[in-house]
Design a protein around this ligand. Structure first.
Ligand code: 13P
Ligand code: SF4
Length: 308
């Protein structure tokens, strides 16, 4: 996938960022949904789980997180001694905003003893009120690790239903969803399959339930990339955010990838630009911090997941 800026501008900004990054002893982490030029200057590009592991393990003094707010916040929870920067402070996740700590506390009061699995796409306050965290790559494993049948999955109902179905377990769900993945319809998939009859359909579990059922493979962003690499198929219909195409083309240059819908663009993921990364390194802001009382509880929820 091409950069969204000219090659000349890319080279100027990339060089400026490199100098600032070394001065600041910073590491740049980027999610697979970021603009191609951001992925190309990052030290590490990954899915949510890999990025939180990197954030927990890095020796750098500054973490520049090219992603959305909950991702940078997870880095701040896991590495309180580091300066964590989110180059665009308005880059949030609408799904994460669909559950808040007050709403969750009220639910727990209504359903005593409920165990709460929270998707990493959630605020620090919500994580602090939950028992264990999960990402799209380990949701099945996390639910499997819990005993009993009084389990609430928040906030992504599609991912929760996908995990429940895989395990044949019954869960309680929160009515949250990703506004980007929700734009993908069965009609889009059927049209794409007609146009590309030999292609495998690979989708993210944030897609609607009927789409996950129809797909040849369902997985996290890193899971989708691995599947495409390992598969003998040469063509793929891709049901997740457009940014992943950059990595797919890099790792499988000989294979063909078709985005299942042009609407699969997360506006929040696209807010980060190279200019904002450069300015963030210059000013060490906007900084993401978490109140210590919340951080300690949220860290325990994340660490239960990381220990699995
Ligand atoms: P991954 O865990 O697959 O990286 O997904 C994160 C996300 O926000 C998907 O919309
Ligand atoms: Fe949130 Fe969906 Fe964007 Fe992921 S793609 S950050 S879940 S809005």
């Amino acid at each position: 996938m091409k950069h969204t800026i000219s090659q000349e501008l890319f080279e100027i900004l990339a060089a400026e960022i490199e100098v600032l990054k070394n001065d600041r002893k910073a590491v740049i982490l980027a999610h697979y949904y970021q603009r191609p030029e951001i992925q190309d200057i990052a030290d590490f590009v990954g899915d949510s789980l890999q990025l939180s592991q990197q954030a927990a393990d890095t020796d750098a003094e500054v973490i520049v997180f090219c992603g959305v707010h909950f991702m940078a916040e997870s880095a701040a929870i896991l590495s309180p001694d580091k300066v964590v920067i989110l180059p665009e402070e308005k880059a949030g996740c609408p799904m994460a905003d669909m559950v808040d700590a007050d709403g969750l506390r009220a639910y727990k009061k209504r359903v005593p003893g409920v165990q709460v699995v929270c998707y990493v796409n959630s605020s620090a306050e919500v994580k602090a009120e939950s028992d264990i965290c999960c990402t799209s790559s380990n949701a099945v494993k996390v639910v499997e690790s819990l005993e009993g049948d009084n389990i609430l999955f928040i906030p992504d109902e599609n991912l929760g239903r996908y995990a429940a179905k895989r395990l044949g377990r019954s869960l309680q769900f929160w009515p949250g969803y990703c506004k980007t993945h929700d734009r993908l319809t069965m009609e889009d998939i059927q049209t794409a399959k007609k146009e590309h009859p030999l292609a495998k359909v690979i989708v993210h579990p944030e897609c609607r339930e009927d789409i996950c059922q129809e797909a040849d493979y369902v997985g996290s962003t890193a899971g989708l990339i691995k599947y495409a690499q390992d598969s003998e198929a040469q063509e793929f219909i891709v049901g997740t955010e457009s940014g992943i195409l950059h990595r797919l083309h890099q790792v499988c240059p000989e294979k063909k990838f078709y985005l299942a819908s042009e609407r699969l663009v997360c506006p929040n993921m696209k807010m980060t630009t190279l200019e904002k990364v450069r300015d963030a390194l210059k000013t060490l802001s906007p900084r993401v911090t978490v109140k210590e009382e919340i951080r300690v509880k949220a860290k325990a929820t994340l660490e239960r997941m990381l220990a699995l």
